[in-house]
Write a protein that binds this ligand. Sequence first.
Ligand code: NAP
Length: 351
Amino acid sequence: MTRVSIVGGSGYVGGELLRWLLPHSGVEVAQVISRSQAGRPLAQVHPALRGQTALRFVAPADLTSCDVLFLCLPHGEAQRQIDRYAGLAERIIDLSADFRLSDAAAYERWYGVEHAAPTWLPRFVYGLPELTREELRGAHYASGVGCNASVLLLALGPLARAGGLRRVVADVRVGSSEAGAAARATSHHPVRSGALRVYSTERHRHLAEWEQVYGEALPVAEVTLSLTAVEMVRGVQLLARVDLREPLAGRDLWRIYRSAYGEEPFIRIVSGTRGPHRLPEPRVVAGTNFCDVGFVAPQPASVPQQACGRITVVAALDNLGKGAAGSAVQCMNLMLGLDEREGLRFAGFYP
Ligand SMILES: NC(=O)c1ccc[n+]([C@@H]2O[C@H](COP(=O)([O-])OP(=O)(O)OC[C@H]3O[C@@H](n4cnc5c(N)ncnc54)[C@H](OP(=O)(O)O)[C@@H]3O)[C@@H](O)[C@H]2O)c1
């Protein structure tokens, strides 16, 4: 059995990883590291795990070797200790932003500081299986992907690869768990509850990931991204107005998205014409590893012909699921040669 451990296991992403990994048939959770909770049962911090495990949190100094190590630390921490972690585990999946960019200069430009371990950057595979599946097979190091970057790349990637994008203006509506378990001024209940707070309207760091992946197809200067904090705990929803290079009809969009995602186990095309759930909603994908992607093309008969060059793309995922721990487990499965879907089959709940 493959032994996996989690550093930063008392946080939200760590808890979500445990939810996927404890029942996983191919791995055994060995150690869960926390500075603040060392010695306490996991379920004291992650109450949904009650009765599922007798494990207790372990102090960072007591981390021992394992086969796969998940790092769920705040930004900047993993890069400082990557040599130590690599000495303890043959395979590492880092969920932070530390190893998402493969180029040190790009990292400095976007994050405003020098990377502490630049030689490690090209060794990490960008951990979005829909983009890097073949590189992930058998890989030793994989990065996480920003949850907002995940929804942006998955929603617009098929159009970018088809050479169809001219300009994107997108808003991403985000739930409060995106900011992690520690209380902050912006996550305080009276500030967050009922919120519709627009922020990060100019230069969100997750655009660095767009630049790295699709910068040649559409320069980042043509992508406008804002975030809006909304009344949700889990969930991310992207609403993008997209100017196309050439007008596309609905059937063209179906063809492009079907050819990109028809075989993907965790991407669903949701672009209906009836019922209340015609387009992707975070609520439907909560707790799952799905990203739902949909689009609306104006009907040529009902609007001037030139308007068909502008479409709306909507996508939704769970920031802790497909936006973090779910994709990380999918990466692990590929790295270990397991069925990619193993442990991730939870279909969600409704209503
Ligand atoms: N939340 C999301 O939706 C999301 C999505 C994608 C990616 N991510 C990324 O995933 C990582 C973890 O996110 P999260 O939401 O789980 O954060 P979190 O809830 O704040 O958890 C981080 C954990 O790391 C530990 N920690 C904090 N500071 C540390 C330090 N200086 N040294 C060592 N350990 C430290 C803390 O545990 P102890 O104090 O108990 O040690 C804490 O529980 C972040 O890099 C985040 O950007 C998050």
